[in-house]
Write a protein that binds this ligand. Sequence first.
Ligand code: GTP
Ligand code: MG
Length: 467
Amino acid sequence: MAAPRAGRQPQNDGYRSLPLSGHVGFDSLPDQLVNKSIKQGFCFNILCIGETGTGKSTLIDSLFNTSFDDPVSTHFQPNVRLRAQTYELQESNVRLKLTIVNTVGFGDQINKEDSYQPIVDYIDAQFEAYLQEELKVKRSLFSYHDTRIHACLYFISPTGHSLKTLDLLTMKSLDSKVNIIPIISKADSISKTELQKFKNKLMSELVSNDVQIYQFPTDDETVSQVNTVMNGHLPFAVVGSTEEVKIGNKMVKARQYPWGIVQVENENHCDFVKLREMLICTNMEDLREQTHARHYERYRRCRLEEMGFRDIGPENKPVSLQEAYEAKRQEFYLELQRKEEEMRQHFVQRVKEKETVLKEAEQEIQSKFDHLMLMHQEEKLKLEKKKKALEDDMAMFNKKKANAELLQTQAFVSTPVVSLKRDKDRKKLLRGELDKIGCKITSSAEYDVMHISVSEHIDVSSLSTKK
Ligand code: GTP
Ligand code: MG
């Protein structure tokens, strides 16, 4: 199930082996290494994936024999997020910087389709941070806090049935990025016979779906036997508890029920001890090594290839970093030029389009202006004709008025002033005469006009004389 491991067998490059005739001292190299490592301290990062309340925090507390005070999560998270907490632990003179990353809200959403994505992103982000540190000119990997995930404890609910789709999808999307150790949590809730069937079912499902889980290494003869046996026990069925119960004269971690006590560290009750042995005591360094040599290497290779770096060129010739850099630089330069040209063409096209639109608008405005001018001319002509007619009327009127005034003046001259002095009398006289010929006068203005026109036919002075 596990992929072949890299760099484990010492290679014989054809050098001669020579015996030493006396003590030299380099046999202390392993001790020097141990001393250096102890001084430097170790770091180990665990990712716990499991639905809310599956016992993640309790198990981690039980594994490290301490209380990490991890807050309890609610079931109402809108999406999955990861919570990382780092602790400094010490056992004898060995210091361990332990980071525990917990999934919060995993499996709580109605739509669980993308539940694994934040986890994938988190793991990739830690690889990317390490890669960026490695690529720095002035790098400080010695003091760098490595946050890459070394072990992923995948908590499977003790349903006794099979893996959920969410579990399969999540494990499948992570198996090339992290060492997955599947565990059946709260194993005290499943019977002994059911548990074995459940384990077999889970393993066959993982195989049939080609999910690569972490296999304890069997190529190191000091641990190969125990690791081979332990690989046969996967997935471990564990029970966690922070409660201590007195059994005999010893206090042990256990869970108490009305019908009995489940002891966490009793191998007849669960696989907790096996998990602790494998994860912490025997294979912690292998997990760290696998993370660096297999998962990180894969990530690094893909990223460098994405950036355009290659070890060999098109004709299988080795390519130096300088050549790869120059080739990529040239590629970027050409791409930049292509993009610039594309943008220029686009700009010219946009300007042309805008020009056409503006020209059309100009033509439209011009034709509207011409039309308005035409209407204005017509209106002007009409008004001029009207003006002419009114002026003619006025001239005629003024002529008549002048005639009437002339006649009036003559009439006044020839009529005794006394008898026709008052206009009222004149009007009355004229009205009487006009009535006789059937002509009605209603206003004073009409009288003036009628007086003028009647004066042309009637001798007003004679009328006044008659009176
Ligand atoms: P969140 O972080 O809130 O998602 O929960 P968690 O997965 O960390 O679970 P937690 O350890 O808080 O345990 C949830 C409940 O399950 C607690 O009441 C625990 O006592 C109980 N529990 C933990 N481990 C076991 C177990 O092995 N068996 C049984 N039966 N109950 C357990
Ligand atoms: Mg928790």
